[in-house]
Design a protein. Structure first.
Lengths: 114, 112
């Protein structure tokens, strides 16, 4: 158990809908990262927050947005969902804000868009 | 595009044998990290090796880094069935302070 929690574990929704994925980092970690893992794209970095502020952006679509709240939990919002958005979404956390820290991954949310 | 590329894509060995996975990357890095992922689960951090280090050990794991060749290797000695997983290298590029770039992974099968 990494100490990172993600909810829900599974999510099935229809195209065009909007969903929110939630992540609670390990106690003491200030950084939260979001990743998307699919069979064809592999593990793609989406976005990082550190202590409430956006730190880095990756291949995140405009239909996706995220935020980190004062209690450090984070939410990833996915809207106007398409079939291609079906994937595993992972949240990870680390104590620092740079790439020099190991990241602890949550168990993931499996999103299925039908 | 992905920074790290693992080789081989898949590896099947007998329990007790050693497993070697390689990672090549394109740009200068601050560090390189190896992660393991059991099927459909979250990634687990294994080792972080900094650009000024050449070798690191952790239990049955040995990681080497050759910055001149822009490559790293992960050696698992005396493999066990429980080592069956996908292994990813992740690079921390010098031109990007915050994010890690993950490779496509090596799928390791250890046969009992």
């Amino acid at each position: 158990d990494s100490g990172v929690t993600q909810t829900p574990k599974h999510l099935i929704t229809a195209t065009g809908q909007r969903v929110t994925l939630r992540c609670s980092p390990r106690s003491g970690d200030l950084s939260v990262y979001w990743y998307q893992q699919s069979l064809d794209q592999g593990l793609q970095f989406l976005i990082q927050y550190y202590n409430g502020e956006e730190r880095a952006k990756g291949n995140i679509l405009e239909r996706f947005s995220a935020q980190q709240f004062p209690d450090l939990h984070s939410e990833l919002n996915l809207s106007s969902l398409e079939l291609g958005d079906s994937a595993l979404y992972f949240c990870a956390s680390s104590v620092g804000d740079s790439q020099n820290y190991e990241q602890y991954f949550g168990p993931g949310t499996r999103l299925t868009v039908t | 595009s992905q920074q790290g590329e693992e080789d081989p894509q898949a590896l099947s060995i007998q329990e007790g044998e050693n497993a070697t996975m390689n990672c090549s990357y394109k740009t200068s890095i601050n560090n390189l990290q190896w992660y393991r992922q059991n099927s459909g689960r979250g990634l687990v951090h294994l080792i972080l090796i900094r650009s000024n280090e050449r070798e690191k050990h952790s239990g049955r794991l040995r990681v080497t880094l050759d910055t001149s060749k822009k490559s790293s290797s992960l050696l698992i000695t005396a493999s066990r069935a429980a080592d069956t997983a996908s292994y990813f290298c992740a690079t921390a590029r010098m031109d990007s302070s915050y994010k890690l770039i993950f490779g496509s992974g090596t799928r390791l099968l250890v046969r009992p």
